[in-house]
Design a protein around this ligand. Structure first.
Ligand code: GUN
Length: 286
């Protein structure tokens, strides 16, 4: 099979290039797009993700500010910060980096964010909007996946899409977005009985389980498109996805690598949501 490896880093770069122009247009109208990131505690992975987000904002021309709270901060304190940011005209997007410490309710925190600044699309209003096909913000990772499929002209309508993973951040919104685009969608999880019987019938297989190399070559259909959302660090320090890339790529038409696949797209789409938000607020004010 002549496989095409989908280069997420290259597509993300192209997206950032377009966003840079849109940020420049906004600036000419007197608006600098702004993103506020809230981080609670000192989870090392979260700190790295936040650093990447800040750097990407800088590159595109988005103002970013990070509000840091210690692990023992109270939920009230963080919610007060969110409420201030909701009213801050210079901020067009607000995100709270997850996971939060155990004494927090993620639900309470994400629903404190003004829906029109909810660039992660984690607020249940925005999740409901997605369910009914009226979304203003699309969750960043699945939004990035759709962008990759579009870039390679991979058809969705009428195709059988199988999503393995049922998280609120990836699996569930991904399934809804594929459904909205006309796919026939099967949602599986790592607990699905005879998972291979489902994955083998997928034209588009999206995997987000956090289980290294769980999708093997015998589990995919020849000529399928395989999107690997997993990022797993092995004991030898190597990063791998949820798909056995070396074996599966021999059989499929399109596949995303790890690293350099879906990962770079997530941040690009966060920037995209922030710019979209600033554009919407600007056109509402003119
Ligand atoms: N933690 C892991 N992924 C994400 C994400 O996309 N957004 C936020 N806010 N936290 C995360």
């Amino acid at each position: 099979m002549n496989v095409q490896v989908i280069d997420g880093s290259a597509i993300a770069k192209e997206v950032r290039g377009d966003l840079k122009n849109r940020a420049k247009d906004l600036l000419e109208q007197g608006v600098k797009p702004g993103l506020a990131v809230i981080i609670v505690g000192d989870d090392p992975a979260s700190s790295i993700y936040v650093r990447y987000k800040v750097k990407a904002c800088e590159e595109v021309g988005i103002h970013s500010e990070v509000h840091r709270f210690p692990e023992n901060a109270s939920q009230d304190e963080v919610q007060r910060c969110i409420i201030d940011l909701n009213d801050n005209q210079h901020i067009h997007g607000i995100l709270v980096q997850l996971p939060l410490p155990k004494h927090f309710s993620s639900h309470a925190i994400t629903t404190s964010i003004a829906v029109e600044k909810d660039v992660d699309a984690f607020h249940f209003y925005n999740i409901g909007a997605l369910v009914t096909g009226n979304s203003t913000f699309l969750p960043c990772t699945p939004y990035g996946v759709l962008k990759m499929l579009a870039k390679h002209h991979i058809p969705i309508e009428g195709q059988h899409a199988v999503v393995v993973g049922r998280s609120n951040i990836v699996g569930k919104p991904m399934a809804l977005m594929l459904l909205e685009k006309g796919a026939t969608v099967t949602i599986c999880s790592s607990k699905t009985r005879d998972l291979a019987s489902h994955t083998r019938s997928a034209d588009i297989l999206v995997v987000a389980t956090g289980r290294p190399k769980m999708i093997t070559a015998d589990m995919v259909k020849t000529g399928a498109t395989v999107i690997d959302v997993g990022i797993n660090r092995l004991s030898d320090g190597k990063l791998v996805g949820d798909v056995d890339f070396a074996a599966v790529k021999e059989k499929v038409a399109f596949i995303t690598p790890v690293p350099g696949g879906v990962g770079p797209m997530t941040i690009a789409m966060l920037l995209c949501n922030t710019i979209e938000s600033a554009e919407r607020m600007q056109s509402a004010n003119t």
